[in-house]
Design a protein around this ligand. Structure first.
Ligand code: ZN
Length: 262
C-alpha cells in the first residue's frame, strides 16, 4: 500500500481514503553540542515518521519533513537556521489548509524539536478553527515518557538537548556522524529544580526562556556520555510504538459537526 504523499498521482490522491491520518513531521537545523550534527532533530523525526507509516501504511500518509523550526534563541551557535514563529505558524497552517481543501480530515503534526511545540499546538488549533479537520500536535518524547523514565541511564536533567535520548538514537542510525569523544555532561537543571527542570522524560512545570548560549557552553543540555546504540533502538522502537498508538486513537475520533448555541 502506497503511503508517501508525493508518490501519488492526482487521480490517485483524489481517490485515497480521506480518513487516513496525514503525518507532517517538523524538525529543526541547529547546534546539538560538539558531538551531534545539526540535522539531529530532522533525522530522528523523519526516521520515526517513516517507521510509523511503514508499520500502518493503510492508515497513514506521509508528507516530507519541514527541516527548519523556531529556534532563534540558539543562533549564537554557528549553523542554526531560524524561522520566525509567525512564519512557521503560517507555513504549517497553509499546509493543513491545503490538506483540508483536498478533503483530508485527520492530521498529525509530529514534532522533533522542543521550541516548535507551542507554535505547532497553535497551528493545530488554528487548523481546527479554519477547516473541517481534526488536527493533533505531538512532540515524540512526550508520547514515550514512560519508556524514557524506565530505560534511562542519565539522572534527571540528562535528556534535555543533545543529551542521552538524542545521542542514543543518532548512534543507532548513523554512528559515523556521532563524535562521542567530544560529548560532555552538562546538567543544567536537575531534581533540585522543582519547577524549571527541562528534561524530556517529564517536562518542566514552568519554562524558563533564556538564550541557549547563556545556559550551556557547548550547546549540550543533558548527559550524552551514557548513550549507546542499543539503548537508542529501545528508545526509537518505543517512539514508533507510541506514535502508532496515537494514530489509532486519532482514527477513532468521531468528527462531529459544530453546534452554534447563539
Ligand atoms: Zn534536538
Amino acid at each position: 500500500m502506497k503511503s508517501v504523499y508525493g508518490k501519488f498521482t492526482w487521480p490517485e490522491i483524489k481517490a485515497v481514503d480521506k480518513n487516513r491520518v496525514v503525518l507532517l513531521p517538523v524538525g529543526a537545523m541547529e547546534d546539538h553540542g560538539p558531538h551531534l550534527p545539526l540535522d539531529t532533530d530532522n533525522l530522528i523525526v523523519t526516521r520515526l515518521a517513516e517507521a510509523v507509516v511503514d508499520s500502518i501504511p493503510c492508515e497513514t500518509l506521509l508528507l516530507p519533513t519541514l527541516p527548519f523550526g523556531f529556534n532563534e534563541h540558539h543562533k549564537d551557535f554557528p549553523g542554526v537556521i531560524y524561522i520566525q514563529p509567525e512564519t512557521l505558524l503560517h507555513f504549517v497552517c497553509d499546509i493543513t489548509r491545503s490538506l483540508a481543501h483536498h478533503g483530508f480530515r485527520r492530521i498529525l503534526i509530529l514534532n522533533g524539536h522542543g521550541s516548535n511545540h507551542p507554535v505547532l499546538d497553535l497551528a493545530a488549533r488554528k487548523t481546527v478553527i479554519e477547516t473541517e479537520c481534526i488536527c493533533v500536535s505531538a512532540s515524540y518524547w512526550n508520547l514515550m515518557a514512560d519508556t524514557l523514565k524506565a530505560e534511562r541511564r542519565s539522572r534527571t536533567g540528562g535528556m534535555a538537548h543533545a543529551g542521552e535520548l538524542e545521542t542514543a538514537i543518532y548512534l543507532y542510525f548513523d554512528p559515523q556522524h556521532v563524535q562521542l569523544d567530544k560529548a560532555r555532561t552538562n546538567i543544567v537543571h536537575d531534581e533540585d529544580n522543582r519547577y524549571l527542570c527541562l528534561d524530556l522524560a517529564g517536562g518542566a512545570k514552568a519554562m524558563v526562556m533564556q538564550w541557549w548560549s547563556a545556559q550551556t557552553a557547548d550547546g549540550t543540555m543533558g548527559d550524552p556520555t551514557v548513550a549507546d546504540a542499543d539503548k537508542g533502538k529501545i528508545f526509537f522502537d518505543a517512539a514508533v510504538r507510541e506514535t502508532v498508538g496515537l494514530i489509532k486513537e486519532i482514527r477513532q475520533i468521531e468528527i462531529n459537526p459544530r453546534r452554534d448555541h447563539h
